[in-house]
Design a protein around this ligand. Structure first.
Ligand SMILES: [Fe+2]
Ligand SMILES: [Fe+2]
Length: 308
């Protein structure tokens, strides 16, 4: 099933990259990703702007302080992130969010950090840098939100169906932008952008495929977790940590996501990711979503089943 572009995607200089209605066939993507890639110098992520300082500060903020106060966890993540280099346009997208939508900026950094940490407990590290899939967990997954109008990203009240459609298009836009700027449409970064809202049972978007890639799914689990615990424009009160973990365990129970990454997240929250698989994950519901919660609600429909 090939993704289809529903809204035009522009580059950072506002030049049209892909028209609405284009089907992203393998042949199209091969030609498209060759057009620009490798023309941009790669720049160190952590040496860019205030990224390093911003990341260290986020490590100290609840609920992430419980995970990253473990020096080994912080060291694992920083060791990988120090080796991430990105084409300048991707860093310009990060800068755009730092100035215009700080939540999305910190969200992209923290999903990169947390997914790196979870994957380090699920997969052995590779020796050769070019085989190191950890470094593909850069702040990529929501790059496509660059194509979403800021008033939609920052809206404090429930979205309309049309606005939700624009927002959900970020997965395909991110796939386009990363394929273009990295010159690689088959790499992990592009796959993470395209498929991080898919679910194992096919109930996600953009393609409605059955997600079958543990590395992508690690990002999916981190994305859902952060969407619940972080303060959002439309939800000043966030989920507490226990309720957020309960939501994830129920999603695993329903077959939307797998247990592997959830178990590591639970273990990390108990102080040590190495406990994953050895501790019991409770299915008992004890927490409660915050009052005034509009997460997953639409302005013109009753409920939106998938995360945004
Ligand atoms: Fe996303
Ligand atoms: Fe996200």
């Amino acid at each position: 099933m090939h993704p289809v572009i529903r809204h035009p995607v522009f580059d950072l200089d506002n030049t049209l990259l892909v028209e609405a209605g284009t089907e992203l066939s393998p042949a199209f993507m091969k030609e498209f990703s060759r057009r620009n890639g490798a023309r941009h110098a790669a720049v160190s992520l952590l040496e860019h702007g205030s990224v390093h300082a911003d990341l260290l500060r986020q490590f100290t903020i609840r609920p992430y302080d419980a995970i990253f106060s473990n020096p080994a966890a912080a060291a694992t993540v920083l060791d990988v992130m120090e080796r991430i280099t990105l084409p300048l346009p991707i860093l310009r997208i990060l800068d755009h969010f730092r100035e215009q939508d700080f939540h999305t900026y910190r969200h992209m950094l923290m999903i990169s950090a947390l997914s790196t940490l979870i994957l380090s407990h699920l997969e052995p590290r590779r020796r050769k840098p070019e085989e190191d899939k950890f470094t593909h967990f850069g702040p990529f997954h929501d790059v496509g939100k660059y194509s979403v109008p800021l008033p939609v990203l920052l809206k404090r009240t429930p979205l309309t169906s049309d606005e939700l459609d624009l927002l959900r298009h970020h997965a395909v836009s991110g796939y386009i932008l990363l394929s273009y700027y990295l010159g690689d449409h088959e790499g992990l970064a592009a796959a993470i952008a395209l498929d991080h809202h898919e679910r194992r049972n096919g109930s996600g978007y953009s393609r409605g495929i059955r997600l079958n890639n543990l590395v992508v799914e690690v990002t999916t689990v981190c994305d859902i977790y952060d969407a619940l615990v972080a303060q959002r424009p439309y939800r000043p009160i966030s989920y507490d940590n226990r309720t957020a973990i309960e939501e994830l365990t129920w999603m695993a129970q329903r077959g939307e996501i797998g247990w592997e990454a959830v178990q590591v997240l639970v273990a990390l929250n108990r102080g040590d990711g190495r406990l994953a698989g050895k501790i019991q994950v409770s299915l008992e519901r004890r927490g409660a979503p915050p009052e005034q919660n509009v997460y997953g609600k639409l302005a013109d429909e009753k409920e939106n089943p998938a995360t945004q």
